[in-house]
Design a protein around this ligand. Structure first.
Ligand SMILES: NC(=O)c1ccc[n+]([C@@H]2O[C@H](COP(=O)([O-])OP(=O)(O)OC[C@H]3O[C@@H](n4cnc5c(N)ncnc54)[C@H](OP(=O)(O)O)[C@@H]3O)[C@@H](O)[C@H]2O)c1
Length: 250
């Protein structure tokens, strides 16, 4: 059944989700603010631009909220929602305790995608599970429904890990190209090797990750030699510290 999807907050994230979400064939109406993006969405994906957020809410079956986190509650408090409506919040760090009252009697669903949605590769957290939202987000990548809101905070930090891994890819690409390898080749090599490692972990769920690493890091192997350098430098602890810093702040 065709649904009308209202979008409040046409910015960086929505620009990257729209190429995927448009595959649902739904109708999209989008807020005018962030004019460069709303015009892009209208021009490329046939989204209709509305100047009035309440008019978006009035027509939408699902309202996607994608303003900056610090604007989320105040934007919703100025709007009137209906019981039939789902508000799908993409706003990081804003839980139901804060946002729920502002969207009543609408129903709050939270999701956490990343911009790889553009390529259908965003693992997208969802809470609570909701079939229409799953259908809308499905083209963005695998939807991972959580069973409790308490899980949403720690799981959401992995949306930032997405950026941290890109930084690591940049560092290793630089190291390879500094040793004479063509920079484009180095970039594709490191990016694809990162993807290869991830694919193996995803496709072999019955093997522990420890077993997968041990399969490579055999005695006297180069993989083990490098891992020993990383472990000696305690290279993995800072990654967990970074996640903890976000989680504790959020
Ligand atoms: N970007 C990501 O990779 C990513 C990933 C996961 C989650 N998120 C979450 O997604 C949300 C959006 O992030 P973003 O990076 O896309 O931010 P963004 O680029 O700053 O986009 C936010 C948009 O909201 C618009 N806006 C602000 N107030 C509005 C209002 N009252 N009515 C209508 N539109 C309004 C802004 O317009 P103006 O420019 O005119 O102010 C801007 O176009 C955030 O809550 C963030 O936590 C982002």
């Amino acid at each position: 059944m065709t649904q009308t999807i209202g979008i409040i907050g046409a910015g960086h994230l929505i620009r990257h989700m729209m190429p995927a979400m448009v595959k649902t064939g739904y109708r999209f109406i989008v807020s005018e603010r962030g004019r460069a993006t709303s015009e892009h969405l209208a021009g490329h994906y046939g989204a209709e631009i509305y100047t009035d957020n309440q008019a978006i809410v009035n027509e939408a079956d699902i309202v996607i909220l994608a303003v900056r986190p610090f604007d989320a509650v105040s934007v919703c408090e100025g709007l009137t929602f209906q019981p039939r409506q789902t508000v799908l919040s993409l706003c990081a760090g804003i839980g139901s305790g804060e946002l729920g009252p502002a969207i009543e009697p609408g129903r709050l669903v939270m999701a956490m995608p990343v911009v790889a949605a553009q390529f259908g590769e965003s693992p997208t957290l969802l809470y609570p599970d909701d079939e229409p939202c799953r259908h809308l987000l499905g083209p963005c990548g695998p939807v991972l429904a959580l069973s409790s809101e308490a899980d949403f905070g720690p799981a959401s930090t992995i949306a930032c890990y997405y950026g941290w891994v890109q930084e690591l890819i940049g560092e290793m690409t630089g190291w390879v190209s500094d040793h004479g390898v063509d920079p484009d080749t180095a970039r594709l090599l490191v990016a694809q090797m990162t993807r290869a490692a991830a694919t193996t972990v995803r496709e072999r769920p019955n093997d522990s990750i420890r077993a997968l690493v041990d399969e490579l890091a055999t005695p006297r192997s180069f993989t083990l030699k490098g891992l020993e350098v990383l472990r000696e430098a305690d290279a993995f602890t800072p990654w967990k510290k970074a996640a903890a810093a976000l989680f504790e702040k959020g």
